[in-house]
Every structure is written in C-alpha cells, then in structure tokens.
Design a protein around this ligand. Structure first.
Ligand code: ASP
Length: 420
C-alpha cells in the first residue's frame, strides 16, 4: 500500500493537476491513498482573508473573491463550461467561509484561521478527485477530518494517535481494496467536530499519519526539486542530490530547518519502518531520495540557511546565575508566544537564542522578557547550519561574513553570522 503526497506547487494550475493525475496513473503500484495540499498559494491567501476579517478592514470579501475566481478558472480549464457537479460543490465550500465573514469576529484568531484556511485543502482535494474520476480512475474522496483527530490547539494541533489509528484502520483498508482514496493534508478535527490545522506545511505530516496508521509500504512526497538536496538552491550553488538518507539524518536536517520535508513527518514513519521517497513531479521517472534505515552515513555535507534571524541574549537583572528556574520561565514564554528556537546557548549568567523574526509575536515576547531580565537584541542575522562539516565547508560559507556565535558538536556546526 502506498501514500502519495502532493503539495501546493504540484497543483498550482490546471496543467499541474493534469500532471498529478498522470503521476497517479503511472506511478501507482497497488493500493493508494493520496494526500493533497491547497492549490498553489491558497493557504497564504486565505490566511490574509482571516487577518482582514479579524481586523475588520472591510477587505476580507474582496480577497476571498480573488481566491474563488482563481479556483473557478482552474475548474473551467479542467472541465470546460460543462455543468459538472464539481462547480456547485466548490462554490458551496466557499459559501461556508462567507457565512463566517458575515458575522462579527467573536472567536480567537487561531480558531477562525483553522475554520477558514482549511477550506483550501477541502476544495483542492475535491477538484483533484473530480478530475481523476473524469479521466477514468476509480476514486473515493474522503474528509480527513473524519479520520485525523486532534486536541484544540488551533493552528498547531496535536494528534490523538489512538483515536486516529483506530478509525483509519477500521474504515480505510476496505475502501482501498477497490478505489484510490484522495484526501486533504494539513487538517483534522477536535472531539467537538471543529476543524484544526497541524501547522504550516503540515500536509507531509498528514501523509505520514495515514501511512503509519495503515502500515503503508512507502510514502512518496512529490516536490518541485529532484529530491533532498544538500542545500536549498535558492541560497547555494551548485547543490547535490542525496540519493539515500537515514531517518536520523533526515530528522536532524529538518530539525535545523531544511524545508524539504515537514519536521514531524519522519518519526511516525521511522517507528513503523516505512520508507519515505522524495521525488520530482516534474521528472517523475527519476528516483529522487530514499529515506529509510541505512547504515550509510550522509556522505556529503548539507547546508541549511535561515535568514532574518534575531539574536536574543537574556541575563538576570542582578547578574546572578541563569538557573533552572529562569530557564523554565524563559522556555515557557517562548512556548506561549509560539516561537521556535533555532539555536541556543547558555553560560553562567546569560542564555542566548537565535529565532526567526516573525514580527508581532517576537515583539510581544521581548516585552515580556524585559519585565524580568536584561535583554539585548540583534536583528538581520543569518543562521547557517552545516551537517557533516569540515573546515573547508565552514570557510566556504563565511566569505564576507562575521561570526556572532558558533556552536559545534561531532556532526553539526551552527554559525550565526552577519554581513561584513
Ligand atoms: N497548505 C498548507 C500550507 O501551505 C499545508 C501544506 O501545504 O502542507 O502550509
């Protein structure tokens, strides 16, 4: 049994959707469950709708209209001007957002975000399912919210694995006997039936959840790159394809910020020994990268670049030691403001971190920290992580850069730098 996951870039327009249907037909070797993200940049667009709604700027309906038109155009290209039922089906999904927008915003931003933004995945999966069925494939569309159960941490929900696994194992194997299942990434539901999302780029994780619960043979994530590269081509040239990776190396790379796979994806697959394949939807005939149990260490060094970093140094006001009590208070604040630490270091009297400059929540965190500590902040930095580093690789990335902080262990070197 296989699981395929297609991200937003692989379904960004009508031709891409045709390509996905082609890949499903050509690359499927047996039973198949397909997880799909929202089309192209729909998640960002719906996030903007939510923000404008919450801020009551009066623009939320116009922004939604743009999203609807983009979907409408793709439908017309795929199905012509025929009266295929998918047209009404998609229109009705957007009406549900309109109902929300017609009221005053009463609920929290996070809750509203999940109710609105999840529609992106609902409509993309319906469009893909309708198109695949139209080409003659035996398709069963399912709502992932009936299978993936979570707590109510909106925008970053935690999966209730027991409940999820029970439901998936009870209902899906029999459907898979006869049909290809198409479902959504990124979304789940609470015990009260409210929609939740699993964190940005969470569709990879959804694919891993379905695969782990169904004990799939493998999962394939179809990307616009040839597989896992040793660096993001946006920042580094030339890059090399890594043909095989251990689960541990993959976890480490994603932990340090390699964006090719969502960090939560690997562990459930490793626990069930399910191979993860990262392949190109542009060249589906190419093998890509295999992530599985292997004794082959990663032979080539990998580079991860994170720009727009803020370096925060925190000291007790009375210059006393940083002790467990301070650290637990500090970590608690980071957690509450949903800020992930990319690099951390502590000495006797200070605790330093590098974090993404995500704007308002960082400012709110700093304000709270300043109530109890002496805080110094430096912005506009870059964090470079090299896995399997040597001096040559360090020299290579340090051209015209000044080191602010450097951390090394046996395999990984992190350099927080600024331009000289
Ligand atoms: N559509 C969601 C996002 O853009 C989830 C995903 O694509 O993985 O974050």
């Amino acid at each position: 049994m296989q699981v395929f996951k297609f991200g937003g870039a692989s379904v960004k327009d009508a031709d891409s959707i045709r390509n996905v249907a082609h890949i499903i037909t050509k690359c499927k070797t047996g039973e198949l469950l397909v997880v799909v993200s929202a089309l192209g940049k729909t998640t960002n667009a719906l996030t903007e709708v939510t923000q404008h709604f919450v801020d009551q700027t009066g623009q939320a309906f116009d922004l939604l209209e743009k999203v609807k038109t983009a979907h409408q155009q793709i439908l017309t290209e795929l199905f012509g001007v025929s009266h295929h039922p998918i047209f009404d089906d998609i229109a009705n999904c957007f009406v549900e957002i309109e109902w929300i927008l017609e009221e005053e915003p009463q609920d929290s931003y996070d809750y509203l975000h999940d109710q609105i933004v999840s529609t992106g995945e609902i409509v993309s999966s319906k469009i893909l399912a309708a198109y695949c069925a139209h080409t003659g494939l035996p398709i069963k569309w399912i709502d992932a919210r009936d299978y993936i159960f979570t707590d109510n941490t909106y925008r970053e929900a935690e999966v209730d694995w027991q409940k999820t696994e029970d439901k998936i194992r009870r209902e899906l194997p029999v459907l898979l006997d006869e049909q290809i299942i198409i479902t959504q990434g990124f979304i789940g539901s609470t015990s009260e039936n409210f929609t939740t999302t699993l964190g940005r780029e969470g569709s990879d994780y959804s694919a891993a959840i379905f695969a782990a619960c169904l004990q799939a043979d493998d999962v394939t994530i179809w990307k616009d790159v040839p597989g896992v590269l040793n660096a993001d081509p946006k920042w580094f040239n030339p890059t090399e394809l890594i043909p095989e990776l251990s689960y541990t190396d993959a976890i480490e790379l994603t932990y340090y910020g390699a964006t090719v796979i969502h960090p939560k994806t690997i562990k459930p697959l490793q626990n069930k020994k399910i191979t993860l394949n990262v392949r190109s939807f542009v060249h589906p005939e190419e093998p890509g990268t295999l992530i599985r149990t292997t004794n082959n260490g990663l032979l080539i060094p990998s580079f991860i670049f994170k720009v727009n970093q803020v370096f925060v140094s925190i000291q007790p006001r009375d210059f006393s030691f940083i002790v467990e009590d301070n650290l637990s208070h500090i970590f608690n604040l980071f957690h509450r403001h949903r800020i992930k630490i990319n690099m951390m270091h502590n000495s006797a009297i200070s605790f330093c971190v590098s974090i993404d400059d995500t704007g308002a929540n960082v400012e709110a965190l700093l304000e709270e920290l300043e109530k109890r500590y002496k805080v110094s902040v430096e912005k506009g930095l870059e964090l470079i992580t090299i896995r399997y580093f040597n001096q040559e690789t360090i020299d290579r990335v340090l051209v015209n850069k000044k080191i602010i902080r450097e951390l090394k262990d046996s395999y990984t070197c992190q350099l927080l730098v600024k331009d000289q």
